[in-house]
Ligand binder design. Structure first.
Ligand SMILES: Cc1ncc(COP(=O)(O)O)c(C=O)c1O
Length: 400
């Protein structure tokens, strides 16, 4: 029996936050006569590095491109195994394959759903593989256990490439994710600026790291050419260039960078709104026994890209997929992050993974639902989501 009539309009799971200042910046580039990588990119890279407190930044076409370039620039040896989490987007593992390595999945911590440093240590100590790097993901924007992971990287001489797709604006022990100093050449952070990420350039990504790592990656992002077109066709340009390596076409355009710059200017307020929404959810959900709100470790500032709710399935008569469907019928859009990669046909069949190989990831996946969380949501929207959750539970509570 429902105690709720559904909202009039469908609440989308995710939406970008675009305002007039974003529109004006993009239009100005369209009017400027220079659309591809040029002055906007130069400004954006400097401003992004400053916000993340990183030595340097490289703007590229996607978060995936940033990860591919990081592994390439750090010369992770082909044939080696790269430690990563199964509870991630497929491109985290795809880039490992694309540099000729093997994704080596390690289970996650139940609390944060991030790579478990204890499990990483176990596989490194067992030493049965030739490891080439560690690729942790800051799941949902909650930083992973960076101190321990970086320490393992140093101890085993492995570069650490952070998938920070969800983590712009997050901090670990007061240090922004992406803050990487000039002397730390065995580390890079990769951000996504996809349409629904915490800041967006429509599509895009940024790699942060030491200047030497960024300058190693830069030519790989544009066909391996020694000069980009701004340097060739600008006022002091020369038509000549050299091809230094068989690079990719991963550069970001000035149109995208203009949007990224406008978003960067107001990321604090967008971040604050995400945090308020997360607190409102957590306060309202605390007395609903059938669900578990996400935990935040005391020493981190999460970016709240996701709000991953977990169902207590033992107290419900329906499964997660049915729960999502019932929410949809009440006009609430949700999602699931992620279907563990070892269950996906490509990785399952190629590496002969069994469902139970990563028991924490699989058990948590079965009960995960990502709730809508984005700055444009009103308090009323948040309340509607919680009312819908209450209604679905009321209808499907298991009576013991
Ligand atoms: C964890 C994670 N890593 C990487 C990516 C890839 O980012 P992009 O879409 O910018 O390539 C995503 C995208 O959603 C993601 O969720």
């Amino acid at each position: 029996m429902s105690i709720m009539t559904s909202r009039d309009s469908f609440l989308r799971f995710a939406q970008p936050t675009i305002d007039e200042s974003d529109v004006e910046e993009v239009v100005a580039v369209l009017r400027s006569g220079w659309l591809t990588s040029g002055p906007q990119i130069q400004g954006f890279e400097k401003e992004f590095a400053a916000e993340a407190n990183a030595a340097a930044a490289l703007a590229v076409s996607s978060g995936t491109a940033a990860m591919h370039l990081a592994l390439t620039a750090m010369r992770v040896a082909a044939g080696s195994a790269v430690i990563t989490t199964p509870l991630t987007f497929c491109s985290t593992a795809h880039v490992i394959e694309q540099v000729g390595c093997r994704p080596f999945f390690v289970d996650v911590e139940p609390e944060t759903l991030n790579l478990d440093p204890f499990e990483i240590r176990k596989v490194l100590e067992a030493g049965r593989q030739d490891f080439g790097a560690i690729l942790p993901v800051h799941y949902g924007g909650h930083p992973c256990e960076l101190d321990e992971i970086l320490d393992l990287g140093r101890r085993y001489n492995l570069p650490v490439v952070e998938d920070a797709a969800h983590a712009f604006g997050a901090a670990f022990r007061g240090t922004p994710i992406g803050e990487i100093g000039e002397t730390d050449q065995s580390r890079a952070a990769c951000f996504s600026l996809y349409a629904t990420k915490n800041i967006t350039s429509g599509e895009g990504g940024v790699l942060t790291g030491a200047e030497s790592v960024i300058e190693e990656a830069r030519p790989w992002s544009l066909h391996g050419m020694s000069r980009d077109s701004w340097q060739r066709y600008g006022p002091r340009g020369s038509w000549e260039y050299e091809v230094l390596m068989p690079g990719f076409k991963y550069n970001m355009s000035d149109i995208q960078a203009a949007l990224g710059r406008a978003q960067l200017r107001r990321w604090h307020s967008m971040q604050q709104r995400r945090t308020e929404i997360a607190s409102r959810y957590s306060q309202m959900l605390v007395d609903i026994e059938e669900v578990e709100a996400p935990e935040t470790r005391k020493y981190v500032t999460p970016a709240w890209h996701l709000y991953p709710l977990r169902l207590r399935l033992e107290s419900l008569t329906i499964n997660r997929a049915q729960f999502i469907e019932e929410l949809r019928l009440l006009n609430i859009g949700t999602s699931v992050h992620f279907i563990p990669l070892h269950l996906q046909p490509y990785y399952r069949d190629r590496y002969q993974y069994a469902r139970g190989d990563f028991p924490v990831a699989v058990a948590q996946f079965d009960r995960l639902i990502s709730l809508p969380i984005y700055p444009r949501m009103t308090d009323g929207d948040v309340d509607d989501v919680v009312s819908a959750i209450r209604a679905v539970i009321a209808r499907n509570r298991r009576h013991q």
